[in-house]
Write a protein that binds this ligand. Sequence first.
Ligand SMILES: CSCCC(=O)C(=O)COP(=O)(O)O
Length: 422
Amino acid sequence: MSSYCLATYRSFDEKADYHKKATGIAVGLTVGSWTDLPEAQKASMEKHLGKVVAVEVHEPAPGEPASSRYADITIAYPDVNFSRDIPALLVTVFGKLSMDGKIKLIDLAFSADFLAGFPGPKFGMQGVRDLLGVYDRPLLMSIFKSVVGYELPALREQFYLQAAGGVDLIKDDEILFENPLTPIEKRIAICLEAAEQAKKETHQKLLYATNLTGPTSKLASQAKKAVAEGANALLFNVLSYGFDVLHELSADPEINIPIMAHPAMAGAMYPSPHYGISASVLLGKLMRLAGADLVLFPSPYGSVVMPKEENLAIKHVLLTQDLHKDYTYQVPADVKLKLATSFPVPSAGIHPGLVPLILRDFGHDVIVNAGGGVHGHPMGTIAGGRAFRQAIDATLQGHLLREYAQTHPELQSAIDTWGIKE
Ligand SMILES: CSCCC(=O)C(=O)COP(=O)(O)O
């Protein structure tokens, strides 16, 4: 029995016969042509032929422009046509099609056969909590800022200040690449040393996500070098390297530390309503499928804004959604379909006054993440971390930030600087 992966597109066209268009996609991206084939060949090609699963046409409401006419089209692609990897799937379902007018890939669903090739996140949300021993609250992460051109002692100092403020994770800036001043093995050594120093004061465990960079062919060995040096997490710019690179790194048993996916470049792919790939597929489904343990993405609240419904769709995909959907296929009982969940990290322009909103929308299973909101604190970086921890504590205990701040000067100072968004 054939199995299929499903792709759903939103296509904008004022006049199109969308049913004809859907058939054109299903045939054009699989067997190429159908009606012209001799009957004998049709029989042998049947298993390779894409199928139209759904066509939902949305005509413009009275007063809306004709250009707002669109259809959501779902096509089933036979697994037999592509190998079990994300590049093959993406080129099949949205290779040439991505360049063919106003059309956006808005959803993907994977067959059991396809999913079986993906172990998913090695740690996931639960594994990251286990490493830190923190279960009863959202986590707090801070980001190295403006450290390009720094020598090791200055980098160590910035790490220590972040750690001493009580953060759970610290990540490299995504623009800190391999460089002679702070090469990965030396970064790891001095940052872990600073983490130990801070731990004497905070009594907290901490994960440091060091940026994995360099030529693709050397990434796995670079990651293993980092593990050998004691690294306890990696940051990875997934979209510039490709999902398959993340998949290979995360599936490698020797790279046994969590991988944090950075969304750099995503803005070139998801924001348009007419083109590209939806945020929930790009930063949600494909990241989790490829094995990201933590995924950063722009939040609806800060400086790089993503609409709230798209944010919540990413959260749903990372934390709860079953990525599997089978079309005309009985799933064998021994096929594992549930991937571990990935920790959502809504980011960019986050300050303590946004914490109530983040927790309202994401609940406990979220990582509050900030760079400028920690280092830009008027009382310094340590106070920046503390202000965030106070904002998290206040929100969990049901206090208004404004009231809690009266007895917590770091939070008060943060609110005076950035305000509270309700
Ligand atoms: C757009 S999500 C990535 C967030 C990030 O990496 C970052 O450096 C945000 O820094 P900020 O100072 O805006 O907290």
